[in-house]
Design a protein around this ligand. Structure first.
Ligand code: HEC
Length: 95
C-alpha cells in the first residue's frame, strides 16, 4: 500500500509538471477553451474576420470575454502569440 501511494505521489510530482512545461501556455489555454466550437480551420478560411494582428487580438479578447474566462493581458497575449504563430503569421507589431 505504501509503495502504491509513493508511486502515485511520484507521478503527481514529476509527471504533470514536465508535461505542462513542454506545452506553451497559449496552446494550453487555446486547446482547453477555444476548440470546443471551432477547429483551427476558422482561422484560415477565405472569409476570415481577422486581417491584422490587432484584429486577431480583438477576437481573442472577445472570445475569452464571451466564455467568462477573465484572462489577464499575459494570458490573452500568450493565446494571441500561439494562434498568430500557428495560423495567421502577421508581423508582431503589437506583441
Ligand atoms: C461558443 C463557440 C466558440 C468558442 C468557445 C470560441 N469561439 Fe472563436 N469563433 C466562433 C465562431 C462561430 C467564429 C466565427 C464567426 C464569428 O466570429 O462570429 C469564431 C471566430 C474566431 C476568431 C476569428 C477567426 C477569423 O475569422 O479570423 C478567432 C481569432 C477566435 N474565434 C478565437 C477564439 C478563441 C481565442 C477562443 C477561446 C478563448 C474562442 N475563439 C472560442 C465560436 C467560438
Amino acid at each position: 500500500m505504501r509503495y502504491i501511494i509513493a508511486l502515485v505521489m511520484s507521478f503527481g510530482l514529476f509527471g504533470v509538471p514536465v508535461q505542462a512545461e513542454s506545452v506553451p501556455l497559449g496552446q494550453l489555454l487555446y486547446d482547453n477553451h477555444c476548440t470546443i466550437c471551432h477547429t483551427s480551420v476558422v482561422h484560415v478560411r477565405d472569409e476570415r474576420l481577422a486581417n491584422s494582428l490587432s484584429e486577431v487580438r480583438r477576437q481573442v479578447s472577445r472570445w475569452q470575454k464571451h466564455l467568462a474566462l477573465n484572462w489577464d493581458d499575459s494570458q490573452i497575449n500568450a493565446v494571441l502569440q500561439y494562434v498568430n504563430d500557428t495560423f495567421y503569421h502577421f508581423k508582431r507589431d503589437v506583441l
